[in-house]
Design a protein around this ligand. Structure first.
Ligand code: ZN
Length: 500
């Protein structure tokens, strides 16, 4: 085989894998959006076949031989091809380190854990979930040992979600956040609370749907390549390539801001996916590089742009057109204050911009201590409640609204949470950099998102997964990542809002 032939084979292999991904993705999307209730088993049947085929294709002898051949001829590959081979081989080598029977056992455990977690959350029954969660943590420790015996197991999982991340970096990052956000929140709590009555009322879902489409167009989403659905938990997914992206939202008829910010958040994820360079279509590079970078984009649109007074003033005529009665006594300033009201709360996914990272920190602390053997799963609820009191000042009334609220642990996403907080901080520093060359406020006032999107496309989106997250970020920034840019932004914004 010549290198040219091998490259052609690699292209064909990736096209095939993306086709399998496309088919599985649309089946999943259909399942969580519009499929009739009784069709889950039918879909599961097809998904099982597709995932087996794609597993065989990814890890089969022919694939491994092809990738190893290309790896040996690295010098004859360009940077893009080298990255593709590196990423595909990395996945295979990881998988090869886990004994087959353990891998199968893990799949079984995850199905059971997720199922039991649902029941435990509904019935506020942590003891029911406890033995499963113990097994999950133990299994993840064991897998880290197989895949990276030289590494601390929690460092391994942090790095899996955000390449280059480890405890040392997390400690530094979170201690900066903690030292600035906790006192800031205390000042906010002591100040007069902002009135948020204007976002509450009666807002029919059909009208909110019109608002969603208007928002997607306003922030520059190409509606010919991005669809909108409704689900219990909003998310973004691409199907097969960046030419077909879907976002979802959930309408709450008593509060239009809830879905509005879900749409803008998921819209930020969608813009990132849609903005990957066309040369990466149908390759493993076609998509965002990490959760942290992805969140930097979604939170950028949701908070830095979407929760600004300029943006709310821009969309205010549309809000009034859709909800003339409900909003007849409101001004853009009223809505601005309402959507920026900050207060300690129990549920992470409903938390405001200021307190959000404190929720993330609680989870990071707990994961870290469990991995270090300093905390048992049995003591997890009590420790969760203690940390919520310490960081947020709230009393957790039950485990449903406490330790059982997130699906992450039952889904095996351990080490995932820090990327949410990192993304917020990345976004704030990207905004500062963007403002050096783009008049962001003027773009928001005139409703012209193109200069903003062009900057993000040129510096972040077009690279897909080509560059490592930190390399991508620091090249865009032209400096080192510095979380104090984010805490400075929060201090400035919330001291002005609350008048201290
Ligand atoms: Zn997100």
């Amino acid at each position: 085989m010549t290198v040219i032939e091998a490259k052609e084979k690699l292209t064909a292999l990736q096209a095939k894998l993306s086709a399998y991904g496309h088919a599985s993705g649309i089946l999943y999307y259909d399942g969580v959006t519009t499929a009739p209730k009784g069709t889950a088993a039918n879909r599961a049947q097809a998904l099982a076949v597709l995932s087996e085929e794609s597993y065989k294709l990814t890890t089969g002898e022919e694939t491994v031989a092809l990738l190893e051949f290309l790896d040996e001829h690295k010098d004859e590959l360009d940077a893009t091809e080298q990255r593709i081979v590196f990423l595909m081989l990395k996945d295979i080598r990881q998988m090869q380190k886990i004994p087959m029977e353990e891998y199968i056992e893990l799949q079984r455990l995850m199905v059971e854990a997720s199922d039991v977690w649902h029941t435990a959350k509904e019935t506020n029954d942590f003891p029911l979930f406890e033995p499963l969660l113990e097994k999950v943590f133990a299994f993840y420790k064991k897998i880290a040992g197989y895949c990276a015996p030289e590494k601390d197991p929690y460092d391994y999982w942090l790095g899996e979600f955000e390449d280059g991340l480890d405890k040392a970096r997390c400690e530094e990052f979170f201690s900066t956040l903690r030292s600035r956000i906790v006192p800031l929140l205390q000042k906010v709590s002591a100040a007069k609370q902002l009135d948020d009555s204007c976002i509450h009322g009666s807002f029919p879902a059909a009208l909110q749907d019109e608002l969603s489409r208007y928002l997607m167009e306003t922030i520059g989403i190409d509606m010919a390549h991005c669809g909108l659905g409704t689900t219990e938990h909003p998310f973004t997914t691409s199907l097969g390539s960046h030419y077909d992206v879907r976002i979802t939202t959930k309408y709450q008829e008593d509060n239009f801001a809830s879905s509005m910010y879900s749409v803008i958040h998921e819209g930020g994820h969608a813009l990132y996916e849609l903005g990957v360079d066309d040369s990466m279509a149908y390759t493993v590079l076609d998509g965002g590089v990490s959760m942290g970078i992805h969140e930097s984009q979604s939170r950028f649109y949701e908070n830095l742009l979407g929760r600004s007074l300029e943006f709310i003033t821009l969309i205010f005529p549309k809000l009034q057109e859709l909800f003339p009665e409900q909003l007849k006594d409101c001004t853009p300033e009223d809505i601005y204050r309402a959507v920026n009201r900050a207060e300690p709360s129990l549920i992470r996914t409903e938390a405001d911009e200021l307190t959000y990272c404190l929720h993330v920190m609680v989870r990071y602390e707990l994961e870290k201590r469990i991995f270090a053997g300093e905390l048992s799963v049995h003591d997890l609820p009590a420790e969760w409640n203690r940390l919520y009191k310490e960081y947020l000042g709230v009393d957790v009334p039950d485990d449903t609204r406490g330790v059982l609220q997130d699906s992450h642990w039952s889904g095996g996403n351990i080490g995932y949470f820090p990327s949410y907080a990192l993304g917020s901080a990345y976004g704030a520093q990207l905004m500062r950099k963007m403002r050096e060359t783009v008049d962001v406020d003027e773009c928001l006032r005139s409703g012209n998102f193109e200069p903003i999107n062009a900057w993000n496309r040129e510096n972040i989106w077009k690279y897909g997964s080509l560059r490592k997250p930190m390399e991508l970020l620091e090249t865009a920034l032209g400096e080192k990542f510095d979380p104090t840019v984010y805490t400075d932004y929060l201090e400035k914004k919330f001291s002005a809002l609350y008048g201290f």
